[in-house]
Design a protein around this ligand. Structure first.
Ligand code: ADP
Ligand code: MG
Length: 245
Protein backbone atom coordinates (compact mmCIF):
# COMPACT_ATOMS: atom_id res chain seq x y z
CA UNK A 1 0.00 0.00 0.00
CA UNK A 2 1.18 3.54 -0.72
CA UNK A 3 2.30 5.73 2.16
CA UNK A 4 -0.64 7.40 3.89
CA UNK A 5 -1.38 11.01 2.97
CA UNK A 6 -1.66 11.86 6.65
CA UNK A 7 0.34 9.94 9.23
CA UNK A 8 0.14 10.99 12.87
CA UNK A 9 2.21 9.29 15.50
CA UNK A 10 1.65 9.71 19.20
CA UNK A 11 0.81 13.41 19.19
CA UNK A 12 0.24 15.30 22.38
CA UNK A 13 -1.20 18.76 22.76
CA UNK A 14 -1.58 20.73 25.96
CA UNK A 15 -3.21 24.06 26.65
CA UNK A 16 -1.55 25.04 29.91
CA UNK A 17 -2.19 22.18 32.29
CA UNK A 18 -4.98 20.71 30.21
CA UNK A 19 -3.82 17.82 28.05
CA UNK A 20 -6.20 17.86 25.10
CA UNK A 21 -4.55 15.25 22.87
CA UNK A 22 -3.08 12.35 24.80
CA UNK A 23 -1.06 10.39 22.31
CA UNK A 24 -3.10 10.15 19.13
CA UNK A 25 -2.10 7.83 16.28
CA UNK A 26 -4.03 8.38 13.10
CA UNK A 27 -3.65 7.75 9.40
CA UNK A 28 -5.53 8.81 6.31
CA UNK A 29 -4.95 7.22 2.92
CA UNK A 30 -5.15 9.15 -0.31
CA UNK A 31 -8.75 9.27 -1.55
CA UNK A 32 -10.18 8.33 1.83
CA UNK A 33 -13.07 10.12 3.53
CA UNK A 34 -12.71 9.92 7.28
CA UNK A 35 -15.40 11.20 9.66
CA UNK A 36 -14.29 12.20 13.12
CA UNK A 37 -17.00 11.95 15.76
CA UNK A 38 -17.07 12.40 19.53
CA UNK A 39 -18.44 14.53 22.34
CA UNK A 40 -17.78 18.22 22.58
CA UNK A 41 -14.36 18.81 24.15
CA UNK A 42 -12.90 15.46 23.12
CA UNK A 43 -10.19 17.12 21.01
CA UNK A 44 -11.56 16.76 17.47
CA UNK A 45 -10.97 20.38 16.45
CA UNK A 46 -7.55 20.41 18.05
CA UNK A 47 -6.55 17.29 16.13
CA UNK A 48 -7.72 18.84 12.86
CA UNK A 49 -5.97 22.12 13.63
CA UNK A 50 -2.72 20.32 14.44
CA UNK A 51 -2.78 18.74 10.97
CA UNK A 52 -2.64 22.07 9.15
CA UNK A 53 -0.59 23.85 11.81
CA UNK A 54 -3.26 26.17 13.14
CA UNK A 55 -2.11 24.58 16.40
CA UNK A 56 1.35 23.25 17.04
CA UNK A 57 1.43 19.79 18.63
CA UNK A 58 3.76 19.58 21.63
CA UNK A 59 5.01 16.11 20.95
CA UNK A 60 4.89 13.33 18.40
CA UNK A 61 5.10 13.31 14.63
CA UNK A 62 2.80 14.54 11.89
CA UNK A 63 3.55 13.61 8.30
CA UNK A 64 1.34 15.10 5.60
CA UNK A 65 2.18 14.30 1.95
CA UNK A 66 5.27 12.67 3.46
CA UNK A 67 6.40 16.01 4.87
CA UNK A 68 7.27 16.44 8.55
CA UNK A 69 4.94 19.36 9.25
CA UNK A 70 6.06 20.07 12.81
CA UNK A 71 9.48 20.95 11.46
CA UNK A 72 8.52 22.51 8.16
CA UNK A 73 10.02 25.87 7.37
CA UNK A 74 7.51 26.80 4.72
CA UNK A 75 4.19 26.85 6.52
CA UNK A 76 2.34 28.87 3.87
CA UNK A 77 3.42 26.61 1.04
CA UNK A 78 2.34 23.56 3.04
CA UNK A 79 -0.98 25.07 4.08
CA UNK A 80 -1.87 25.98 0.51
CA UNK A 81 -2.24 22.28 -0.22
CA UNK A 82 -4.66 21.75 2.68
CA UNK A 83 -8.14 23.26 2.39
CA UNK A 84 -10.10 23.94 5.54
CA UNK A 85 -13.75 24.80 6.16
CA UNK A 86 -14.96 25.92 9.54
CA UNK A 87 -18.30 25.94 11.32
CA UNK A 88 -18.39 29.73 11.12
CA UNK A 89 -17.42 29.91 7.41
CA UNK A 90 -14.69 32.57 8.00
CA UNK A 91 -15.42 34.40 4.74
CA UNK A 92 -14.07 37.90 4.17
CA UNK A 93 -17.16 39.94 5.05
CA UNK A 94 -16.21 43.05 3.11
CA UNK A 95 -15.92 41.25 -0.23
CA UNK A 96 -18.29 39.75 -2.74
CA UNK A 97 -18.67 36.01 -3.22
CA UNK A 98 -16.32 35.85 -6.19
CA UNK A 99 -13.74 38.15 -4.58
CA UNK A 100 -13.60 35.75 -1.64
CA UNK A 101 -12.54 33.06 -4.09
CA UNK A 102 -10.16 35.27 -6.09
CA UNK A 103 -8.13 36.89 -3.30
CA UNK A 104 -6.44 33.82 -1.74
CA UNK A 105 -5.45 32.49 -5.17
CA UNK A 106 -3.74 35.75 -6.06
CA UNK A 107 -2.08 36.07 -2.70
CA UNK A 108 -0.87 32.51 -2.17
CA UNK A 109 -0.72 30.96 -5.65
CA UNK A 110 0.33 34.25 -7.32
CA UNK A 111 -1.96 33.74 -10.27
CA UNK A 112 -3.34 36.64 -12.32
CA UNK A 113 -6.71 38.10 -11.45
CA UNK A 114 -8.12 36.88 -14.72
CA UNK A 115 -7.02 33.31 -14.13
CA UNK A 116 -8.19 33.43 -10.51
CA UNK A 117 -11.62 34.62 -11.63
CA UNK A 118 -11.92 31.76 -14.12
CA UNK A 119 -11.07 29.20 -11.44
CA UNK A 120 -13.40 30.92 -8.98
CA UNK A 121 -16.32 30.74 -11.40
CA UNK A 122 -15.62 27.09 -12.11
CA UNK A 123 -15.90 26.16 -8.45
CA UNK A 124 -18.78 28.53 -7.72
CA UNK A 125 -20.57 26.75 -10.54
CA UNK A 126 -19.74 23.41 -8.91
CA UNK A 127 -21.31 24.43 -5.59
CA UNK A 128 -24.30 26.08 -7.28
CA UNK A 129 -23.29 29.62 -6.36
CA UNK A 130 -22.24 31.07 -9.73
CA UNK A 131 -25.34 33.23 -10.00
CA UNK A 132 -24.40 34.84 -6.67
CA UNK A 133 -20.84 35.66 -7.74
CA UNK A 134 -21.28 39.39 -7.29
CA UNK A 135 -23.40 39.21 -4.15
CA UNK A 136 -22.23 40.67 -0.87
CA UNK A 137 -21.38 37.68 1.35
CA UNK A 138 -23.23 39.33 4.23
CA UNK A 139 -26.46 38.97 2.29
CA UNK A 140 -26.46 35.27 1.50
CA UNK A 141 -27.75 32.45 3.72
CA UNK A 142 -25.62 30.28 5.98
CA UNK A 143 -25.83 27.32 3.63
CA UNK A 144 -24.79 29.53 0.74
CA UNK A 145 -21.89 30.94 2.79
CA UNK A 146 -20.62 27.47 3.54
CA UNK A 147 -20.88 26.51 -0.13
CA UNK A 148 -18.81 29.60 -1.00
CA UNK A 149 -16.28 28.65 1.67
CA UNK A 150 -15.96 25.21 0.08
CA UNK A 151 -15.56 26.75 -3.39
CA UNK A 152 -12.93 29.13 -2.03
CA UNK A 153 -10.99 26.21 -0.58
CA UNK A 154 -11.26 24.19 -3.82
CA UNK A 155 -9.88 27.13 -5.82
CA UNK A 156 -6.53 26.49 -4.15
CA UNK A 157 -6.44 23.01 -5.68
CA UNK A 158 -5.93 21.29 -2.31
CA UNK A 159 -4.80 17.68 -1.99
CA UNK A 160 -6.52 17.33 1.36
CA UNK A 161 -9.67 18.93 2.74
CA UNK A 162 -10.41 19.39 6.43
CA UNK A 163 -13.92 20.21 7.61
CA UNK A 164 -14.71 21.19 11.19
CA UNK A 165 -18.44 20.79 11.79
CA UNK A 166 -19.34 22.52 8.52
CA UNK A 167 -23.08 22.18 9.08
CA UNK A 168 -23.36 22.83 12.82
CA UNK A 169 -24.11 26.54 12.45
CA UNK A 170 -26.74 26.01 9.74
CA UNK A 171 -30.50 26.02 9.91
CA UNK A 172 -31.72 22.43 9.38
CA UNK A 173 -33.09 23.09 5.91
CA UNK A 174 -29.63 24.14 4.71
CA UNK A 175 -27.67 21.20 6.04
CA UNK A 176 -28.46 18.97 3.07
CA UNK A 177 -27.14 21.33 0.41
CA UNK A 178 -23.73 21.41 2.11
CA UNK A 179 -23.60 17.68 2.84
CA UNK A 180 -24.44 16.96 -0.80
CA UNK A 181 -21.41 18.88 -1.98
CA UNK A 182 -19.18 17.04 0.45
CA UNK A 183 -20.63 13.75 -0.71
CA UNK A 184 -19.87 14.70 -4.29
CA UNK A 185 -16.27 15.55 -3.37
CA UNK A 186 -15.93 12.18 -1.63
CA UNK A 187 -17.21 10.41 -4.73
CA UNK A 188 -14.70 12.30 -6.89
CA UNK A 189 -11.92 10.91 -4.71
CA UNK A 190 -10.98 13.97 -2.66
CA UNK A 191 -9.14 13.07 0.53
CA UNK A 192 -11.13 14.48 3.42
CA UNK A 193 -11.23 14.55 7.20
CA UNK A 194 -14.62 15.71 8.43
CA UNK A 195 -15.55 16.47 12.02
CA UNK A 196 -19.29 16.02 12.14
CA UNK A 197 -22.32 15.30 14.28
CA UNK A 198 -24.24 14.17 11.21
CA UNK A 199 -24.29 10.45 11.87
CA UNK A 200 -26.42 9.70 8.82
CA UNK A 201 -23.86 11.42 6.63
CA UNK A 202 -20.95 9.62 8.30
CA UNK A 203 -22.68 6.29 7.81
CA UNK A 204 -23.45 7.03 4.19
CA UNK A 205 -20.27 8.74 2.99
CA UNK A 206 -17.32 7.88 5.25
CA UNK A 207 -14.87 5.16 4.33
CA UNK A 208 -13.86 5.14 7.97
CA UNK A 209 -15.33 6.59 11.15
CA UNK A 210 -13.09 7.56 14.05
CA UNK A 211 -14.55 8.03 17.52
CA UNK A 212 -12.56 10.35 19.77
CA UNK A 213 -13.01 10.43 23.51
CA UNK A 214 -11.11 12.53 26.04
CA UNK A 215 -8.16 13.29 23.82
CA UNK A 216 -7.70 9.81 22.46
CA UNK A 217 -9.01 7.67 19.66
CA UNK A 218 -11.28 5.24 21.40
CA UNK A 219 -12.36 3.22 18.39
CA UNK A 220 -12.37 3.34 14.60
CA UNK A 221 -13.65 1.28 11.74
CA UNK A 222 -15.89 1.24 8.70
CA UNK A 223 -19.27 2.90 9.30
CA UNK A 224 -20.76 -0.56 9.47
CA UNK A 225 -18.32 -1.74 12.12
CA UNK A 226 -18.54 1.39 14.21
CA UNK A 227 -22.25 2.05 14.05
CA UNK A 228 -23.58 -1.51 13.90
CA UNK A 229 -21.02 -3.33 15.96
CA UNK A 230 -19.18 -0.95 18.28
CA UNK A 231 -16.70 -2.70 20.55
CA UNK A 232 -16.00 -0.24 23.33
CA UNK A 233 -18.46 0.75 26.05
CA UNK A 234 -17.64 4.44 25.52
CA UNK A 235 -18.49 4.17 21.84
CA UNK A 236 -21.74 2.42 22.63
CA UNK A 237 -22.71 5.10 25.17
CA UNK A 238 -21.87 7.89 22.76
CA UNK A 239 -23.86 6.36 19.90
CA UNK A 240 -26.83 5.70 22.13
CA UNK A 241 -26.87 9.35 23.23
CA UNK A 242 -26.50 10.56 19.63
CA UNK A 243 -29.67 8.88 18.49
CA UNK A 244 -31.67 11.45 20.40
CA UNK A 245 -29.76 14.50 19.13
N1 ADP B 1 -6.89 27.57 22.33
C1 ADP B 1 -7.28 26.90 23.42
N2 ADP B 1 -6.89 27.27 24.65
C2 ADP B 1 -7.24 26.56 25.74
N3 ADP B 1 -8.01 25.46 25.71
C3 ADP B 1 -8.44 25.04 24.52
C4 ADP B 1 -8.10 25.73 23.31
N4 ADP B 1 -8.67 25.08 22.27
C5 ADP B 1 -9.35 24.04 22.80
N5 ADP B 1 -9.21 24.02 24.15
C6 ADP B 1 -9.77 23.00 25.05
O1 ADP B 1 -9.35 21.75 24.58
C7 ADP B 1 -10.38 20.78 24.75
C8 ADP B 1 -10.68 20.13 23.41
O2 ADP B 1 -11.22 21.11 22.56
P1 ADP B 1 -11.61 20.84 21.05
O3 ADP B 1 -10.45 20.27 20.34
O4 ADP B 1 -12.17 22.11 20.55
O5 ADP B 1 -12.73 19.73 21.20
P2 ADP B 1 -13.91 19.32 20.21
O6 ADP B 1 -13.64 19.94 18.88
O7 ADP B 1 -13.91 17.84 20.19
O8 ADP B 1 -15.16 19.87 20.82
C9 ADP B 1 -11.55 21.52 25.36
O9 ADP B 1 -11.50 21.31 26.75
C10 ADP B 1 -11.27 22.96 25.04
O10 ADP B 1 -11.83 23.82 25.99
MG1 MG C 1 -14.71 21.28 17.78
Amino acid sequence: MAAPMVEIKNIHKRFGKLEVLKGVDFEVQEGETVCLIGSSGSGKSTLLRCINLLEHADDGQILVFGQDVLHTKDVNHFRAKVGMCFQQFNLFANMTVVENCIKPQMKVLKVSKEEARKTAMKYLEKVGMAEFANADVRRISGGQKQRVAIARALCMNPKLMLFDEPTSALDPEMVGEVLNIMKELAEEGMTMIIVTHEMGFARDVADRVVFMDQGQIEEQGTPEQLFNNPQSERTKEFLKASVYK
